[in-house]
Design a protein around this ligand. Sequence first.
Ligand code: NAP
Length: 266
Amino acid sequence: MNSIKVIVAGPRGKMGTEALRMIKNQSSLTLAACIDRKNDGMNIIDIDGLPDLDAPIYTDAFTCLNDVEADVLIDLTTPENGYKHTKLALEHGVRPVVGTTGFTAEQLQELTTKAAEKELGAVIAPNFAIGAVLMMQFSKWAAKHFPDVEIIEKHHDQKLDAPSGTALKTAELIKEVRQPHKQGHEEEKETIQGARGADEDGMRIHSMRLPGLVAHQEVIFGGLGETLTIKHDSIHRESFMSGVKLAAEKVMELDVLVYGLEHLLD
Ligand code: NAP
């Protein structure tokens, strides 16, 4: 198989830098270029702290996608820019692999339609860690037996979106098997607004942001006389990279947009 030519958007970010390290160690992927917010016209090799890779940097995504021959765009930026980059990539015949979280349901629908029109593969995954994907699947299974559930997600304090994409995806999977119903006391009242967390069909989602955290989630189910906790911790961002690599390879075989890494696992 020829090496897949990849553009990385957000190369100086925590996830982007980890993605460059992963690409440097893979023969199946080659870095073709990067889209950054600064350093236009420079090369990755010239940027302190980034892996030793020879690839031009563009600040304009349109110019990059026009000028560079690439198969895949890996986006690890911000919700607003990630959405723009994904749309532009599809318009240029480049398959997006998106780790950026915080897209709205409307944006996801629009990108799904665009990928289908173009018959182009795309992967958007709120969590690329294999353990997190299993945590979400186990939660869906447990929700069939325990319909009362609360999700607690914990992330570093630089995260822009809340709740996390993983918490939303978990809630979405649980909703496939759980009937909407209010949890807690019928007459409960919040004396401080937000104390009970976000309300998704009566299921509660709580978001914690602290320095020192990476990405963590607990899904807690309550039944008669028992609770069940399903917990996942990403303690280093390299936990996401086997999923990013898998998605960059598998997206080449797809002709639709896939939301969630679970669709790519056996
Ligand atoms: P980060 O460290 O803040 O990195 C984001 C990078 O994007 C920064 O370097 C930023 O540049 C850059 N950027 C902003 N606008 C840009 C643009 N228009 N063009 C190119 N680059 C641009 O954040 P992170 O922790 O790496 O996370 C990145 C995204 O991945 C977030 O949405 C996060 O939620 C998500 N994430 C996903 C997973 C997953 O498994 N799917 C796991 C962890 C995180 P400046 O520094 O100059 O602002």
